[in-house]
Write a protein that binds this ligand. Sequence first.
Ligand SMILES: [Zn+2]
Length: 206
Amino acid sequence: MKYVLHRKSNCKKIKIRVVEGVVCVSAPFTVSKKIIDDFVQEQEAWIKNQLDKNTQSKENDLICLLGNEYRLHYINQKMCYVDGHDVYMYSDKVLIQKFLKQNAKKYIDLRFEFFCEQLHIHDISLQYGFYKSKWGSCTPSKHKICFNVNLIFMPLEFIDAIILHELAHLYHLNHSKDFYDLLCTWMPNYKEIMKENKKLPIPKLY
Ligand SMILES: [Zn+2]
């Protein structure tokens, strides 16, 4: 199996990660290539499973958008749209991202407004982007919150949890006990929701 090897002085064990279809292995300098190869070999089933999660979406796949399931179709007209239980997409990154962003924004903006009203929070501006390793971020000094457009693929309760997570950062910048205490007064099952949905894969539409 092909992999990218990083030797690290501060690492004690061999570790494998799969990042966007690439198998990355980090290992201490003291471990031989043979031992690393054997280790990777042993983990092959897990690695293949991780790689599968990352494969390109295809015709007739079921994908979830804002809590609803749609059958995916790739079309040759330059547009993306939903019709009934089907979603039609032209296979172009820019067009697909625009479609996802518009639809994520339409829903999350409203949901965000709803929570702000409930919690008496005002004047926060929202931004949307495609981020690899975060669902959102909050910059209280700039009254700004960012959301990952990929939230569109997640269950609605998970989207709520992320909105509330970022709103709680207006009061506590870090992930301290106070932060989670506040968050859990707003959403008592916050931790369960995060745990349940942590491993949901994001479809690769482009
Ligand atoms: Zn946070």
